[in-house]
Every structure is written in structure tokens, then in C-alpha cells.
Design a protein around this ligand. Structure first.
Ligand SMILES: *[C@@H]1O[C@H](CO)[C@@H](O)[C@H](O)[C@H]1NC(C)=O
Ligand SMILES: *[C@@H]1O[C@H](CO)[C@@H](O)[C@H](O)[C@H]1NC(C)=O
Length: 426
């Protein structure tokens, strides 16, 4: 359900009660919503090439902006404070490349900055590029008076433990990676989602979903680590595209666009959830997120077709709602809500069409839907056996019976019709 529809619905309640007549959203001409006389004077920053990633560091009032082979540090007026060169490998300009003890001669290779994230506790910025099989750097942020700088950099890589078949230090995939850094028992853990194919999997395989801990010696990641990877037979035919990831309370969430199942041609959007209370992936769960307009009434003014399923997520952000929206979607201002911009894709493709819709999903509803699915899957009194799903990660089997889903339940109101439980990993 689109936000604009929800807001209009609330505004509509009052006049109905007063007049007793059917109330209709008033038509406001487009011109009345615009003031053409206002002159805007925004600070601007023009990057030399496409911006690949951006992150803010609030204590220092700075923004880090990554483009190919560079990370800029900008102040709040978008003036460049400093520029860090991250590539190309094999050029003398990249001073941090020389910090990595990579074996053999290094070919000239550009660095697309696939990951740029802040540590949740320490003043550390992490960047992971497409070059050298996706290795990462940690950059310490130094505040000297009014000046914020990227100080000492460490290359999170050691040659000894990495081979094409198993590479704990290979984090970023050239096909796309999303990452959340979680503070757990005073250590940082990387929760990583990467798009892979057979070529990438065979050469210093990044995993599809993994949890890795940078070693305190800052020369790589602890080994072994836990992960899930699309089974080899599906790696070239079943791509998982990671759009966004975030942490909320004791979970990390990944938003993906992928085909409905390995034999379907239609795409949809999913949310995957991992627990931050364990470093294993046994509690990985997935839901289908459905964003649609379902109009029961005729809406003659609308330019949109009447029933639209916006199946492919384009961008997302999780934040707290304002009071009015919180009330409309049955949540509170203190609770996190996931906002997603969804498009309708072309048939049998994930390429978006012209229109898009915004849907809001309160996190408590997402968690409830997962708990309901788990109870159904694991419950003792279900006679019809359920398949555990997610057949691109694990072989087809029934749900594990006779196990407790480790969740407490209060009365459950199943109002989130747009969420389907898709399976468990176990
Ligand atoms: C809207 O404003 C523009 C610019 O002032 C004007 O040219 C146009 O005729 C207006 N359209 C309507 C429908 O009022
Ligand atoms: C996998 O992706 C890489 C990077 O885009 C590409 O070079 C390679 O050809 C792809 N492999 C297959 C089998 O599609």
C-alpha cells in the first residue's frame, strides 16, 4: 500500500464523520503545490566520475564519498578536505595498495568501491573494492581540532590463509555487495551479502551471505567463518541482487531482488534476516516483501493502472516514522520502519518500468511474520509436512519437526497480507 494513499485515507476520516457524505481527496492542481519564485542555493559537489558509495561520520561532520579509485572526505559544505587514492592497482599513486602483501606481480586493475561503511563504535571507516578479489581496508579517522582526516590505513589481508577455494579476506564481489558492521561482545563483525556467479565463486569465492570478524591484528579475517552460498548448479542461473542492508535490535536484514524460485522467470523482492546473537547462519530466515496498489474504488483521476504489483525494490531506507504515519500503519514513532521504493518490472526481467511506489513495513510486523512462519514450519501439530524452502541454498527437505522455534508468542494478528514466509535454513 502506498504511503500517499494511507495519508489521504487518514485525512479523509474526519469530514466523513462531520458531513455524513462520501469524502473524496480534493484535487490540487500541480501548480498550487509549487512556488516557482523560490531560489535554491544548495552547496554542491561534482565528482570526477559516478558516485559508487557514500557514508556520513556525524561526530566529525564529514561525508565520505567513493568513486572509482578514490574516496573523498567532504565537509558539511561539500568542500573536499582530502582525497584517498584506492586504485588502480599497479600504479604508484595508490599508496594504500602497497600495504597489502599480495603475491606476485600486480596487474593494472581499477578499484570500484563496492563497500563503504562505518564501524558502529570506533572511528573507523571500512572500504572494500572490486580489485584483488574484493579485499577490504580499515581507515582510522583522526580529528585534529576542526580538521577530520583519514589517518592510518590497514589492509585486511594476509596471503597465507587465502586460496581460490576458500578466501576469508575476499569480501566484495564485482557483481555487488552489501555489508553491515555489527558490534558484538566488543568486537566488530561483518554481515555480508554478495552477488556471485560461477566465475567469481571459483576465483577466491566470496559467499552469498556470510558473517566474518576482522582479526585484531588487522591483517585479515578470522577463519573459519559461517556462510551460505547459492549451490553451484544455480550460481549462473539464479542471481541474488543485494539492494540494502541494516541492523535493528538483535538482527541484521538484507533486501534482495531475485527470481521467485529457481524455475520461475518472474522477479520479486525478499528480506533475509540473520541473528546478531550468534555467528552461525542457522537462524537465517527469508520473507517475500510485496508492495502493491489494490484499489477497491474507481479512481478516475489516477494516472496509474488500478492494480499494480511493484515487484522489484530499487532503493530502501530504515528509519523511525512520523506520528501520523506511525498511527496509519499500526506502529509507534519509537519503532523502526523499512521504507522501500519499488518498481514494476518488465515481464520476466528485473528491469524497472516507469512508475514506482513507496511501501512502509514496520519491523515488528516483519519479525512477527517470520515467527509465524517458523512456528508453522517447526510445530509439532502440523500434520501436513512443510518444505523448508530456499532450495538454491540447501537441498529440498521438510521443515525440522519437533523443535522449538525459540520464540515467545502473544496474540497474533495477521494484518500484513503482503508477507509470505519462504523458508528456514537448518
Ligand atoms: C502553471 O504555471 C505555469 C508557469 O507559471 C503556467 O505557464 C501554466 O499555464 C500553469 N498551468 C496551469 C494549469 O495553471
Ligand atoms: C561473472 O561475473 C563476472 C563479473 O561481472 C564476469 O566477468 C563473468 O563473465 C561472469 N561469469 C559468468 C559465467 O556469467
Amino acid at each position: 500500500m502506498g504511503i500517499s494513499f494511507l495519508v489521504c485515507f487518514i485525512l479523509g476520516l474526519l469530514p466523513i464523520r462531520i458531513t455524513g457524505k462520501t469524502w473524496k481527496c480534493q484535487h490540487i492542481s500541480y501548480n498550487l503545490t509549487r512556488d516557482y519564485t523560490v531560489k535554491y542555493d544548495f552547496p554542491t559537489f561534482r565528482a570526477t566520475s559516478a558516485i559508487q558509495n557514500m557514508v556520513t561520520y556525524e561526530p566529525g561532520n564529514v561525508i565520505f564519498v567513493a568513486v572509482q579509485n578514490k574516496i573523498y572526505t567532504l565537509n558539511s559544505e561539500l568542500k573536499i578536505l582530502s582525497t584517498l587514492v584506492t586504485g588502480p592497482w599497479g600504479s604508484t599513486e595508490c599508496e594504500i595498495c602497497a600495504l597489502c602483501p599480495v603475491k606476485g606481480p600486480v596487474d593494472f586493475q581499477n578499484t570500484d568501491n563496492k563497500v563503504l561503511v562505518m564501524d558502529p563504535v570506533e572511528p573507523w571507516l571500512y572500504s572494500c573494492g572490486s580489485s584483488q578479489h574484493g579485499i577490504c581496508f580499515q581507515h582510522r579517522i583522526e580529528i585534529q581540532g576542526d580538521i577530520v582526516l583519514l589517518g592510518e590505513t590497514s589492509c585486511l589481508y594476509s596471503p597465507e590463509q587465502n586460496r581460490p577455494s576458500e578466501c576469508p579476506d575476499c569480501v566484495a564481489s564485482p557483481l555487488g555487495t552489501t555489508l553491515v558492521v555489527v558490534d558484538m561482545r566488543s568486537a566488530s563483525y561483518f554481515y555480508i551479502g554478495s552477488t556471485i556467479n560461477t566465475t567469481i565463486a571459483d576465483t577466491y569465492s566470496p559467499k552469498s551471505v556470510s558473517i566474518r570478524r576482522p582479526k585484531s591484528t588487522l591483517d585479515g579475517f578470522a577463519y573459519p567463518f559461517h556462510s551460505l552460498t547459492v549451490l553451484p548448479e544455480y550460481q549462473d542461473t539464479y542471481s541474488i541482487h543485494y539492494v540494502y542492508s541494516f541492523q535493528y535490535q538483535k538482527f541484521v536484514y538484507f533486501l534482495t531482488v531475485q527470481r521467485e524460485d529457481p524455475i520461475s522467470n518472474s522477479y520479486h523482492t525478499r528480506i533475509g534476516r540473520l541473528s546478531t546473537e550468534e555467528t552461525e547462519v542457522h537462524r537465517y530466515r527469508e520473507l517475500n516483501l510485496d508492495c502493491r496498489i489494490q484499489s477497491k474504488r474507481k479512481r478516475s483521476l489516477s494516472i496509474m493502472p488500478k492494480d499494480v504489483v511493484f515487484n522489484v525494490l530499487q532503493a530502501a531506507h530504515a528509519t523511525n516514522p512520523g506520528s501520523m504515519l506511525a498511527q496509519a500503519i499500526g506502529t509507534s514513532e519509537r519503532e523502526l520502519v523499512l521504507f522501500g521504493v519499488f518498481a514494476e518490472s518488465h515481464r520476466d526481467s528485473k528491469v524497472p518500468q516507469k512508475y514506482s511506489g513507496v511501501c512502509a513495513f514496520p519491523l515488528h510486523m516483519i519479525n512477527k511474520a517470520i515467527e509465524t512462519g517458523m512456528t508453522k514450519c517447526c510445530s509439532l501439530d502440523v500434520h501436513d509436512k512443510m518444505l523448508r524452502g530456499l532450495t538454491f541454498y540447501q537441498h529440498m527437505e521438510y521443515c525440522p519437526h519437533n523443535v522449538s522455534p525459540h520464540q515467545e508468542f502473544s496474540a497474533f494478528i495477521y494484518t500484513v497480507y503482503y508477507i509470505d514466509f519462504l523458508g528456514v535454513v537448518r
